[in-house]
Design a binder for this molecule. Structure first.
Ligand SMILES: C[S@@+](CC[C@H](N)C(=O)[O-])C[C@H]1O[C@@H](n2cnc3c(N)ncnc32)[C@H](O)[C@@H]1O
Length: 206
C-alpha cells in the first residue's frame, strides 16, 4: 500500500467517534488526510494554534512517524474547558488532550503550551517550522493575528481550517497580499452533526 493510502486509513482510524466524547478529532478522515499529506512530505517541525482534544496534533505526529522522519509537534491552546462547557472543570480539556495523545502513542513527539495567542509562546518565538496550522479563534481578526504570528516562522506551508468562514478568508487574503499562494484546498465533513461542510486550505510561498 502507498504511504498516501496508509495516511488516509490512519486519518480515518484517528477520526472515529468514541463513546466518551463522540466526535473529538475535528478534521474528520478527509481533512485529517489533507493535513497528514503535507506533514509527511516536509521535513521540519510543525506548529498548530488550536488543538482542543488533540485530533490534529495526533494526526501530525502520526504522519511524522509514518513518513519515518524526525520532527516535533508544537501545540498552542488555552485548553480551557469552560470555553466548551461551563460545567467542565478547569483543566479537564488539557487532561483529555494528554490522555488521547498517550492513547495514540505519540507523546514523545508533542509539546503543548497552555496559552492564548498572541503572542507565540516565548520558547518558540524564533523557531522555524515547515508546516503551521491555524485552527484557533475563528472570529473577528483572530485568524489574521494568528497568520501574522506564524508567517515569518513557516518555511513551507501554512494551512488554514474553516476557510468557508469570511473571517478566515480575510486572513487568507492577507497571506496572498504577503506573497503566499494557494497550493490546494478541500471541502470535508468534520462529522459533527449540524456543522455542515468545512474547507481546509494550504498556502505556500511563491
Ligand atoms: C476548532 S478547535 C481545534 C481543533 C483541532 N485543531 C482538531 O483538529 O482536532 C479550536 C481550539 O482553538 C482554541 N483557541 C481559540 N482561540 C485561541 C487562541 N487565541 N489561542 C489559543 N487557542 C485558541 C480553542 O480553545 C479550541 O480548543
Amino acid at each position: 500500500m502507498t504511504l498516501s493510502k496508509n495516511l488516509h486509513n490512519k486519518a480515518a482510524e484517528i477520526s472515529k467517534p468514541n463513546d466518551h466524547q463522540g466526535v473529538w478529532a475535528l478534521l474528520g478522515p478527509e481533512g485529517g488526510h489533507f493535513l497528514m499529506e503535507y506533514i509527511a512530505k516536509t521535513q521540519g517541525d510543525y506548529v498548530e494554534i488550536g488543538s482542543k482534544w488533540g485530533g490534529s496534533a495526533i494526526m501530525a505526529a502520526t504522519a511524522m512517524d509514518m513518513a519515518g522522519r524526525p520532527g516535533t509537534v508544537y501545540c498552542i491552546d488555552q485548553f480551557s474547558a469552560k470555553v466548551i462547557s461551563p460545567e467542565l472543570e478547569g483543566n479537564k480539556l488539557l487532561v483529555e488532550f494528554w490522555a488521547y495523545v498517550h492513547e495514540w502513542g505519540v507523546q514523545q513527539r508533542i509539546i503543548a503550551f497552555q496559552q492564548v495567542t498572541p503572542p507565540l509562546p516565548y520558547p518558540i518565538q524564533f523557531h522555524k517550522f515547515s508546516v503551521g496550522f491555524i485552527d484557533g479563534g475563528h472570529r473577528f481578526d483572530e485568524p489574521i493575528h494568528d497568520f501574522i504570528l506564524l508567517e515569518k516562522r513557516i518555511t513551507d506551508y501554512i494551512i488554514f481550517d474553516n476557510t468557508e468562514k469570511e473571517e478566515v478568508m480575510n486572513a487568507v487574503s492577507k497571506a496572498l497580499e504577503s506573497g503566499w499562494v494557494i497550493d490546494s484546498e478541500l471541502e470535508y465533513d468534520c462529522g459533527v452533526p449540524g456543522y455542515g461542510d468545512n474547507t481546509i486550505m494550504a498556502l505556500r510561498h511563491e
